[in-house]
Design a protein around this ligand. Sequence first.
Ligand SMILES: Cc1ncc(COP(=O)(O)O)c(C=O)c1O
Length: 400
Amino acid sequence: MDKKKKQQTFAVHGGQQRSAFMETSEALYLTSGYVYDKAAEAAAAFRGDNEHYIYSRFSNPTVTMFEEKMAGIGGSEACWATATGMAAVFASLMCQLRAGQRVVASRTLFGSCDYIIRMLLPRFGIESVLVDGDDRDGWQQAFAQGVDVVFLETPSNPTLGIIDMDWVCGEAHKHGACVIVDNVFATPVLQNPFQWGADIVVYSATKHIDGQGRCLGGAVLGTKAFCQDVLKPFIRNTGPSLSPFNAWVLLKGLETLRLRVMKQSESALAVARYLEESPMVARVFYPYLESHPQHGLAVKQMSAGGTMISFELVDGTQEKAFAFLDSLTCFRISNNLGDSRSLAVHPATTTHHRLTVEERAAAGISEHLVRLSVGLEDEQDILADVAQALAGVASTARMV
Ligand SMILES: Cc1ncc(COP(=O)(O)O)c(C=O)c1O
């Protein structure tokens, strides 16, 4: 189907390759390998002279359909699917970096992305530097010392900081760097980083793309040349490939991605506004609140505020944050996000526990920060749950 069709139409019909049985929905090709009628056909396939599938570590028809649909929805020429979001992040970096090169990244990153950039890359002789996402001087100073790849996350996990992609991509390109954007929080529905100059966009399909808590997956989006010539050899030979079964589940997730993300974002805005009004809450981090320091930029880059909120309680302590989490009934405590079920977590002791107290403070992650992933339940039930959990914290505090 024509990629020029509207995103939602492409999400339903795009990328499908029907078999001779003319099935309605995408077929699941649960096969590890493929057969050839003649030895010469196999030889031609390995030379790249025909389109014959070779082995499902390289490619698989169900995975191809997922990649085609992802590329169409995400606004890229091509996509390569991976087993997890972290495999997508790691492959997008390692397929192009070599010893002696330098990566500049935004400071507030998902814990495992931070681990790859700060801990793993230096082991291979790749220097890495972190910069506050909104610090233009910091970016420029870091770029002035040389940069090959820029990695950034906007909105950031978990503090919902917004980075000006147009500006960072423009500056990075002056230095010849490749910019990779982790678009997990915004999803391709709310934000298209290619529009602002990104070269590569990575997704954890585990999050909103499945969005129903069933399977892991990831995707790297970029040009045909990058995906074919740089990324494909890395994935083909190192093996972080997406299982056809998971691709088949994710294909169904893509059909409803927009509807879910828009509805969840609507409820999230209502929750963020409610939290902001509560005398129990000191600070709310949500891009579409007027009080967000980069509200204008968020409105420019994103078509809604997203499904994620973070907040801090008044006179916050870890105990109070735990008391809030333990009082929730509709929200479940889980480090996953972007799910149809509302989920809540304490980042300092879970997703970002590996950072030192000082590193967490530098990234703005306090010991009493709570992160919410707003789901698809009825908005009134979600709000009521937040209200009763805040009341629970208030009564616990009174008893102490
Ligand atoms: C911003 C971000 N990037 C990447 C990932 C990694 O995704 P996965 O768990 O599918 O490996 C996550 C997971 O939470 C994330 O929040």
